[in-house]
Design a protein around this ligand. Structure first.
Ligand code: MTE
Length: 311
């Protein structure tokens, strides 16, 4: 497994500038800011294997989801449709060596070894993750903004979207033998969404290298969109002119669309999106517009009432 050295995780100035960014947006309550700044010495959240992290809450004061829940309750359809068995079934999934190809409408397509991607400054970001199935977690990720990689690749002016692909290998990912899904898992973002500072390529969580069940060695995290946009175990990133067709658009076009922005007022055809179950806690909480990141991302979507932004 690739090790992330602690010195590579969240230099304090990066962490603080993120807090200042949120504070500038009016998103950090004074109390939460104090908690977070003091959190380097705070006890880790409950859960046997919880590891110390630099924050005990998100910027809204929500407690972190325990490490055991983040790594023990997962969606990874390449292995199983069940959530509890993913850690066991992914135990032997080989993530080293690993390469990621960035191609399409960039000036110089390139294939990166994972060790090269780990040279981008790794920072910690505590984000809420809201699954379309109405459960949610609060996770301290490590990673780096996708924008840094994309800018280094010099997108051509014709590039409008970014398509992401998970590894296709039915021998090591037996769920891909189930022909009812159009494998590989594909996701997509509009280029400006992909370049947004909140959009992260994650390499770890809770201060340790990403485990296979969470999408090792590299997964996307887009906190204002439903969790299915946060594609795992990425091997390819392609800049395109046309909007990508994602796995979920192809598999369930009446239920899942391209945008998938979290909105408590637009229900899934089969269930309400008004509230969510926080995994590891015994309560339901109200779901927030854009998952609580509206001040930062609403500008990306003119005509906010347009219903289709939320599919
Ligand atoms: N990526 C791939 N390749 N395969 C998947 O099945 N599930 C998605 C997303 N990324 C999925 C995926 C869904 S529905 C969710 S909610 C999140 O991963 C879950 O991430 P987690 O298991 O790390 O909590």
């Amino acid at each position: 497994m690739i090790k992330i050295h602690s010195s590579e995780i969240t230099p304090e100035h990066v962490y603080l500038s993120r807090r200042q960014f949120l504070q500038g947006m009016g998103l950090v309550a004074g109390h939460a800011l104090l908690t977070a700044c003091g959190a380097r010495t705070s006890p880790p959240p409950a859960g046997d294997s919880a590891l110390p992290t630099s924050s005990a809450t998100d910027e809204l004061g929500n407690a972190l989801t325990p490490f055991d829940a983040v790594t023990g309750y997962n969606n990874f359809y390449e292995f199983t449709l069940r959530k509890e068995g993913v850690a066991r079934l992914t135990k032997d999934f080989v993530t080293e060596p690993w390469t990621v190809t960035v191609d399409g409408l960039v000036s110089q397509p390139r294939t990166f070894g994972m060790e090269e991607l780990l040279k981008f400054t790794q920072e910690e970001r505590v984000y809420r993750m809201r699954c379309v199935e109405a459960w949610a977690m609060v996770i301290p990720w490590q990673g780096f903004p996708l924008a840094q990689l994309l800018k280094a690749m010099e997108p051509l002016s014709s590039a409008r979207y970014v398509q992401f692909e998970t590894l296709y290998d039915p021998e090591s990912m037996p769920g891909q033998k189930d022909k009812s899904f159009p494998w590989p898992y594909v996701e997509g973002l509009r280029l400006d969404e992909a370049l947004h500072d909140l959009t992260l390529l994650s390499t770890g969580l809770y201060g340790q290298t990403l485990l296979p069940q969470n999408g090792a060695p590299l997964r996307l995290v887009v906190p204002w969109k439903y969790g299915f946009k946060s594609i795992k175990s990425i091997v390819k990133i392609t800049l395109t002119e046309a909007q990508p067709t994602t796995l979920w658009m192809a598999a369930g076009p009446t239920e899942y669309g391209f945008w998938a922005n979290v909105n408590p007022k637009v229900d899934h055809p089969r269930w309400s999106q008004a509230t969510e179950r926080r995994i590891g806690e015994n309560k339901r909480v109200e779901t927030l517009f854009f998952n609580g990141y509206a001040d930062e991302v609403a500008d990306l979507y003119p005509d906010l009432d347009k219903r289709s932004w939320y599919y």
